[in-house]
Design a protein around this ligand. Structure first.
Ligand code: HEC
Ligand code: HEC
Ligand code: HEC
Ligand code: HEC
Length: 106
């Protein structure tokens, strides 16, 4: 019985550690969006040096933006959310593309 308990505890511990490792994953290196307007290539890892995670992942989780934007009526439409998030920072910092065809490449 005691042995079983120790084994159970050990298993739970391993599972907990695994969950923590998954929780801090930094996500994909690069993300490509392919709207009709033209492909947008987002270098996610380079952008991780530009701001804290929660600047972009503003809800503190790492769910896809479209899991709320375009679904939750309180959230702005996906297109507007991306444009605001991306362009605002590029404008403010004076770095990064702000013109349509600098982001949307055909
Ligand atoms: C400049 C903005 C920005 C920063 C900073 C940023 N991310 Fe992201 N991240 C994004 C965008 C945009 C996506 C794509 C999500 C989408 O389009 O639904 C993404 C995707 C992800 C995903 C994949 C989500 C999924 O389910 O596909 C994870 C995980 C993630 N980011 C973690 C992080 C972590 C951890 C940090 C900080 C070390 C970070 N991100 C910093 C913008 C950012
Ligand atoms: C869990 C749901 C959820 C996720 C995931 C989410 N958002 Fe949002 N977002 C919201 C809601 C709700 C609002 C409106 C209320 C608010 O401002 O918090 C919002 C507002 C915004 C705004 C407008 C903020 C302002 O100041 O008016 C931007 C820009 C934005 N989100 C971008 C993003 C981007 C980019 C992602 C993905 C990296 C993302 N959101 C992921 C729910 C979400
Ligand atoms: C918190 C600020 C911030 C946010 C948010 C942000 N960027 Fe940027 N981005 C930058 C900066 C700063 C640069 C310039 C980096 C350099 O020149 O060293 C840049 C450069 C770029 C570039 C050109 C260089 C490259 O990486 O290919 C593209 C394309 C780009 N961003 C796309 C996006 C997209 C798409 C989003 C939204 C999903 C986004 N960015 C959100 C700060 C930001
Ligand atoms: C900083 C990069 C950036 C700039 C600048 C930018 N966009 Fe976007 N745009 C995006 C991203 C990222 C998406 C989200 C793509 C997706 O959801 O597949 C998007 C989505 C769109 C969509 C929606 C496509 C769809 O199928 O839902 C349209 C239309 C669009 N952009 C037009 C424009 C126009 C017009 C301009 C210039 C006034 C512009 N964009 C400037 C990054 C940018």
């Amino acid at each position: 019985m005691k042995k079983l308990l120790i084994m159970l505890t050990a298993t739970i511990l391993v599972l907990t550690v695994a969950t923590i490792v998954v929780a801090v994953t930094t996500g994909p290196e690069e993300i490509k969006y392919t709207p009709k307007m033209g492909t947008v290539t987002f270098n996610h890892s380079a952008h991780q040096n530009q701001a804290d995670c929660v600047t972009c992942h503003h809800t503190g989780d790492y769910a896809q933006c479209k899991s709320c934007h375009g679904v939750d009526p309180k959230a702005p439409k996906a297109k507007n959310a991306y444009h605001q998030s991306c362009k605002e920072c590029h404008k403010e910092g004076g770095k990064g593309p702000t013109k349509c065809k600098e982001c949307h490449i055909k």
